[in-house]
Write a protein that binds this ligand. Structure first.
Ligand code: NDP
Length: 270
């Protein structure tokens, strides 16, 4: 049986095995998908050991190894080169390690397909300039928004992103306290929610038509989404759909079959 896994540290919380089990059942693929916790200094050895077994076909990579995975690959997709990170690994027929990233397309598919949100012509604010923000810039710019502003505590990180994506479209830089207009869509790609805190965004960015998307997800409404709804946002979406959509893209790369995601998202929400 073909074997897949997600590697990270920590990994016990990962929903990826549940998602891929549902995809495999739905598409009638004979495969298994496990969680593997690798020591923080043991990523390279762990990956090599995994792919040394003939039945082991692919890995998803999560925190804190996405950049290390990028460095390790012998071949990279264009979008992985842009993102500087890899979340999907597989070997070609010659045994060379290839890397792709599906997080960005996962976000855009969740927004446009599952929530019918039009990104073309929209005014979009992206909060944060870390790995998650970098990974979504290419697919967002490809949708041709009217305005894409990136705000971050450390502004020099936004400058790096502007340089790296300059040929794909314009990115406006802003400090939090300089934000002074309303946005159609605000995406929280900061890790503030992980510690239950809010990025210091002025409430004036939210209008009655604003939709917010927090990449974070959980059983309760996230702190960021609660804040946005209490200031009049039209709709608040969490990152569970992005998680399922990035998994669907990885599954498609490995198995050549695209699973349906709506029922899987509904099942995970219970
Ligand atoms: P990084 O550590 O690479 O970046 C963190 C970012 O958050 C930086 O821009 C940092 O700003 C900012 N930040 C952290 N704390 C605060 C705060 N209190 N106020 C304002 N800004 C803050 O993390 P990632 O980019 O990898 O992850 C970001 C989030 O996205 C996480 O919550 C992660 O769980 C989520 N995610 C969800 C996915 C999904 O499938 N739903 C996929 C990938 C990520 P500064 O640069 O100034 O330090």
């Amino acid at each position: 049986m073909d074997r897949y896994a997600v590697v990270g540290n920590p990994i016990s919380h990962s929903k990826s095995p549940d998602i891929h089990a549902l995809f495999a059942e739905q598409t009638k693929q004979s495969m298994s998908y496990d969680r593997i916790e690798l020591p923080r200094d043991g990523f390279v050895d762990g990956v090599k050991e995994f792919f040394a077994q003939a039945d082991n076909k692919g890995l998803n990579v999560t925190v804190p190894f996405k950049e290390e995975a990028f460095e390790l690959c012998e071949g990279l997709s264009d979008r992985a080169k842009r993102a500087g990170a890899v979340n999907t690994l597989y070997c070609n027929a010659e045994g060379a390690l290839f890397g792709d990233t599906t997080d960005g397309v996962g976000l855009v598919n969740d927004l446009t397909r599952n929530h019918q949100i039009e990104l073309e012509g929209a005014k979009i604010l992206l909060v944060g300039a870390g790995g998650a923000a970098r990974g979504v810039l290419q697919p967002i710019l490809e949708e041709k928004p009217a305005l894409l502003t990136v705000c971050n505590r450390t502004l020099s990180k936004v400058d790096t992103l502007i340089q790296a994506f300059a040929d794909l479209g314009e990115i406006q830089k802003s400090a939090f306290d300089a934000l002074d207009s309303k946005y159609d869509l605000i995406i929280n790609a900061s890790s503030a929610s992980l510690s239950g805190s809010l990025p210091p965004i002025p409430e004036g960015v939210i209008g009655s038509k604003t939709i917010v998307y927090d990449m974070m997800y959980g059983n309760e409404v996230t702190v960021f989404n609660n804040w946005a709804l209490s200031h009049g946002a039209r709709k608040a979406i969490d990152g569970l759909g992005m998680l399922v959509e990035q998994a669907a893209e990885a599954f498609c790369i490995w198995r050549g079959v695209r699973p349906e995601t709506k029922a899987v998202i509904a099942s995970l929400r219970g």
